[in-house]
Design a protein around this ligand. Structure first.
Ligand code: FAD
Length: 619
């Protein structure tokens, strides 16, 4: 027996990366290559594996710590000769890739956690259905892959356990949340109108009608998907799919509005498969099973408006749902383990959002953990602890509704992937290459199940890559077969009020990584349109490469906005990054006046020194 230090391996020339998750604790028995912590940098999150097997003695890091190559993560009790010379764990591939191209802020790569390749089972039975491509899961990833493959001439079967296509995004995610957020934004806007001379009085909310509106929106979109699947001759099989071999999937039929199994099974034989089984909300183990404790799906059901609501987790999903409930009348508390809300966005942008939203909250509890909860007749009594040593724990509170929004976990362990020989990490992710191929060459995976960021637009782009590679391989089309996921950036948006949107390198990341940038920051107090709208709290920020090699003509590396409709405008900044635009390219692009989008051109002019809509800039 010996005690060794497990250190952070080579992570390229990143000065620091932040720990966003600690996956083990003292006393845990761990395997070599098992993930110890998740770190985040350059918009990629990845797991740092252990170099040895053993028992964790002491954790040397905690959530929120910044670490670098060589930092000790933990001490491990190990057996045998291997203990004598502790080696660094293998470098996480995603992080190394991000380092290699950090100036162009590449899109996050799939999860880097190692996974053992299982041996596929052999299936000797007969198939009820045969196809070129089997797609498991009908979310944005799954239906996009199926439709693209069908458009490329392939025979496609899509397996989905629920009654409608659309997955989390259309049924219980992006779309219903935005339907409700739109209503909340109109209500907030109308309440401001009194200051402008038009008083509509207090709103009368009919919650049943509002819920009905949301359902109608979902129905319209999912109905559209069903029609498009039919037009493309994509066969949809309703049921719960699990692999039974490397080329066979068994589907147990489901019925009703949920996933009640009927007992009827069928087997589908495929040449190639795309796994798009998505993710589900994380549920904290100590939370009571009580209708007053919900995840985002429960919150979207909009049963009633609570008086006091706790949002567990200060990320985008929690804050979006909080916005809806608070506009409808709930008072909010939020508890977050990190030192700020909406992690990932620049702090100066979040500060503006927080100032505008302070009135919604009774308590914003940062650096705080939720450690217990019990159901009482008065409500859910929740207890807290300081996330850091020496911190103060807030007093227990009782809530009418608790929303768990602490993250989402992939469904990789629920599809018998091992029977197809597909490796799944300890946490349920499936590793893929840039063509979205798993360790089994004819099986691909896309969307939330392959890693962060868990966003619908990432899933759709990955879906197209997988479908094109498959079509190329089956049809001998070299151009299609060479398709790859090589997006430089993936935008993020919080559809709160105001919206916060960012893409590429953030200013906080540039600082942490020592990347020299020139900033163009345009305050919306100088935007005619924002002032006319009575919403001039926003800012638009662009960051350009200011390294000596850029010779004063650096390309755009990132940008962020806070303000109304920021989410609708961030795509222009993403396009500028993909096209390698500099400040002159963006500033000389004529933006229509008066628009909020003009603020992007003006931020570029500020970086360039040619903006005439702000006071003269210092030379
Ligand atoms: P999913 O949408 O999870 O789809 C997977 C599908 O596979 C599901 O339909 C599931 O039923 C099915 N499935 C799983 N296992 C099986 C099985 N064994 N057999 C048969 N079927 C199976 N993203 C954005 O980009 N913008 C947003 O504004 C946004 N808002 C969100 C708001 C909320 C409240 C939530 C929860 C998420 C939001 N997201 C948003 C994230 C987005 O919904 C996901 O990133 C996206 O849905 C992932 O797509 P996917 O195809 O990978 O998986």
């Amino acid at each position: 027996m010996a005690i060794i230090d497990i250190k952070v391996p080579d992570i390229g020339d990143f000065a620091e990366v932040a720990i966003i998750e600690v996956l083990v604790q003292p006393g845990d028995t761990i395997k070599a290559e098992q993930s110890l912590i998740t770190v985040e940098s350059d918009k990629a999150s990845m797991e740092i594996p252990s170099s040895h097997a053993g028992v964790v003695k002491e954790l040397k890091v905690k959530l929120g710590d910044k670490i670098a190559e060589g930092s000790v993560v933990l001490t491990l009790e190990v057996q045998g000769a291997g203990a004598a010379a502790p080696a660094a764990a293998p470098a996480p591939a995603a992080l190394v890739a991000a380092v290699a191209e950090k100036k162009s802020a590449p899109a996050p790569a799939p999860q880097a956690q190692a996974a053992i390749n299982p041996v596929a089972s052999s299936f000797a039975g007969t198939a009820d259905l045969e196809c070129d491509v089997l797609v498991l899961g009908g979310g944005p990833g799954g239906y996009s892959a199926a439709f693209r493959a069908a458009d490329l001439g392939l025979k496609v079967v899509i397996v989905e356990r629920y009654a409608t296509l659309g997955g989390v995004c259309l049924n219980v995610g992006c779309i219903p949340s935005k339907a409700l957020l739109h209503v909340a934004a109109v209500m907030d806007e109308v309440s401001h109108m009194a200051d402008l001379g038009v008083d509509f009085g207090a709103p009368a909310v009919n919650i049943d009608k509002l819920r009905g509106h949301k359902e109608k929106v979902i129905g319209k979109l999912t109905g559209g998907l069903a029609a498009m699947a039919k037009m493309r001759k994509v066969t949809t099989v309703r049921g719960y799919g699990a692999f039974v071999g490397a080329n066979h999937l068994e589907v147990e039929e489901t019925t009703g509005t949920g996933q009640e199994k009927t007992g009827t099974k069928k087997v589908i034989a495929f040449k190639k498969a795309i796994i798009a089984a998505g993710s589900q909300a994380v549920r904290l183990p100590f939370m009571p099973d009580d209708p007053r404790v919900v995840d985002s799906t429960g919150a979207l059901a909009l049963k009633e408006v609570p008086k006091r609501m706790l949002i567990l987790g200060g990320g985008i999903i929690g804050l979006e749902m909080g916005t809806v409930y608070s506009t409808l009348g709930a008072r909010l508390d939020v508890v977050e383990m990190m030192d700020g809300l909406m992690q990932g966005a620049d702090r100066d942008l979040v500060k503006i959002w927080q100032k505008m939203n302070a009135k919604r909250f009774d308590n914003i509890m940062l650096k705080t953990k939720t450690v217990g909860a019990k159901a009482t007749p008065e409500g859910i009594e929740v207890t807290f602890a300081a996330a850091e040593e020496g911190g103060t724990a807030p007093a227990p509170q009782t809530y009418d509704l608790v929303l768990q929004a602490v993250g989402r976990t992939p469904n990789g362990k629920k599809i018998a992937a091992e029977k197809a020989g597909v490796a799944v990490t300890d946490r349920g992710f499936i590793n893929v290459d840039i063509q979205m191929r798993t360790n089994v060459p004819h099986i691909f995976a896309i969307g939330d199940i392959v890693g962060q960021p868990m966003l619908a637009h990432k899933a759709v782009h990955e879906a197209h890559v997988a479908a094109e590679v498959i079509a190329g391989e089956l049809q001998g089309n070299k151009e299609l077969a060479a398709a790859a996921f090589n997006a430089r950036v993936i935008p993020s948006v919080a559809y709160t009020d105001p919206e916060v949107a960012w893409v590429g390198l953030t200013e906080d990341q540039a600082k942490a990584q020592g990347i020299k940038v020139k900033k163009g920051l345009f305050p919306w107090t100088a935007s005619g349109r924002a002032i006319a709208n009575g919403r001039d709290e926003g800012v638009t920020k662009l960051l350009f490469d200011d390294s000596p090699e850029a010779h004063g003509h650096g390309k755009i590396l990132g940008g962020g906005m806070v303000g109304t409709h920021a989410g609708d405008m961030i795509g222009e900044i993403a396009l500028a990054i993909e096209m390698g635009a500099d400040a002159v390219d963006i500033g000389k692009t004529i933006h229509p006046h008066p628009t909020l989008g003009e603020s992007i051109g003006m931020a570029a002019e500020i970086a360039h020194g040619s903006c005439t809509d702000v006071p003269p800039q210092k030379k």
